[in-house]
Design a protein around this ligand. Sequence first.
Ligand SMILES: O=C(O)CCC(=O)C(=O)O
Ligand SMILES: [Fe+2]
Length: 333
Amino acid sequence: MLASDVPPFVDKHALLFASHRHCGGEEQHSRQPEEAVRECELPVVDLAAGEEAETRAEIARAAAEWGFFQVVNHGIGRELLEAVRAEQAKLFGLPFEEKLRCELLKDSYRWGTPTATSLAEFSWSEAFHVPLAAVSDENVSADGEHASFRAVMERFAAAVTRLGRRLTGVLAESLGRTRRFFDENCTERTCFLRLNRYPPCPVSPEVFGLVPHTDSDFLTILYQDEVGGLQLMKDSRWVSVKPNPEALIINIGDLFQAWSNGVYKSVEHKVMVNAVKDRYSVAFFLCPSYDTMIESSEEPSIYRKFTFGQYRQQVQEDVKIIGHKVGLRRFLL
Ligand SMILES: O=C(O)CCC(=O)C(=O)O
Ligand SMILES: [Fe+2]
């Protein structure tokens, strides 16, 4: 038999899935029935016009009202995006055991949710969560077999970092602050790339591909395929995002919400599985160095100031001790 490239979600978490069957698909937590989830048109910002006043205003408005928006004419070529997708499919197509042992991108492979005690905490997906410093680290990924992966990801990382800086610059200036903060603290070496794959899930459409969460960064740039499944909170309801092949999705992370004193919103989002299709996405997380202080310039400040390192540590501690991230609420004044 050919070695499978799909992680053994059900075999390794038999108890979780057995209890799901026993309660007839009724989860212990409240879920909006899927048919009730509205599809939404996220705001679309056309970046072709550069940084005209109108474009800048649209970006700031979307970040404040939605926390999520799409950008088109973003300057990242179709050829590069297709190369990223091809490398991603090749990597996830490796047998599961090989991904576990993958020398390239050491320790970056994740699958399922080892700590889940119920299906509500389980993510039916696998990912490579890669510090960009590792993508260009000669020692980690120099081997010939993965040379093309590394070359493509380096080009992609450079392009998304540039786009991220452009957007954070606009968002900083809309708050009356300078873009220098991002140029100085968020470099290609402090950011992360996360390659996600959501294999088909035959169990139930109610299973999460990725559990509800907010991102612990300044800003995320997401490149998703055409399958769909991403949902976000808008006006206290889940809405699903209609894939647009021309667009990249931008969302505000926790650090920007704190830095902007709550003006820009870090919005909860999740991914629902597909019964028959594989889904791929790549998320670029624009992060500062761990010692960067995150502080709003406005008074009164909603949050006490903290370093990115402190924030990450608190998130990890909360996940370990109480089973989930508490996030910015921990830093409210
Ligand atoms: O795959 C997606 O659409 C979302 C991914 C995501 O939210 C994440 O990696 O943080
Ligand atoms: Fe996310």
